[in-house]
Design a protein around this ligand. Structure first.
Ligand code: HEC
Length: 141
């Protein structure tokens, strides 16, 4: 009986555990893989002192912040992958640095954003459902 209960508990806990670790992964990997590259190549122009294009790419980010700024991070990835940034005359990223950033974007960031979306999607769906029900009740008095 006790064993059975434990299995059920695990089955319920697993989805939460995996989404929590996806969340941690994106922020932790940002700090360990992406931040060093940004500080070496970008924050001189996009940091606390200078903010070209009004961008500050310095400092760590939580998953919530990454998610709120996801469009920015895709633009950053585009600039890096296309080689447009850093601009001419600046030290370009090494192949390893480029790869570390791309791996983060396609790996931890993508799954982190998916886990946020899943959470938000679920609550949006619930809200939607409730207002649809209210509309239905109003229409059918
Ligand atoms: C020597 C200064 C300098 C460095 C170093 C630099 N940038 Fe920029 N960046 C600029 C300037 C100036 C602009 C605005 C004008 C432009 O787009 O060229 C800009 C614009 C941008 C934009 C906005 C473009 C858009 O799509 O809105 C992004 C994103 C960006 N940089 C990312 C980066 C990243 C990532 C790095 C490091 C890999 C980096 N930059 C390094 C000077 C710099």
């Amino acid at each position: 009986m006790r064993f059975c209960f434990a299995l059920i508990a695990i089955a319920f806990l697993l989805p939460t555990v995996s989404s929590v670790s996806a969340a941690d992964d994106a922020a932790v990997a940002f700090k360990s893989k992406v931040m060093p590259v940004l500080s070496a190549h970008c924050t001189k122009c996009h940091g606390a002192e200078k903010q070209k294009a009004k961008l500050n790419l310095g400092g760590p980010r939580t998953l919530e912040q990454l998610s709120a700024d996801s469009k920015l991070w895709f633009r950053v990835m585009e600039q890096i992958e296309s080689g447009a940034m850093p601009p001419d005359g600046e030290k370009p990223l090494s192949a390893a640095e480029r790869k570390a950033v791309a791996n983060w974007a396609h790996g931890e960031l993508a799954s982190g954003l998916a886990s946020v979306q899943q959470k938000e999607g679920r609550s949006k769906f619930r809200r939607l459902n409730r207002s649809a029900m209210a509309g239905f009740a109003a229409a059918h008095g």
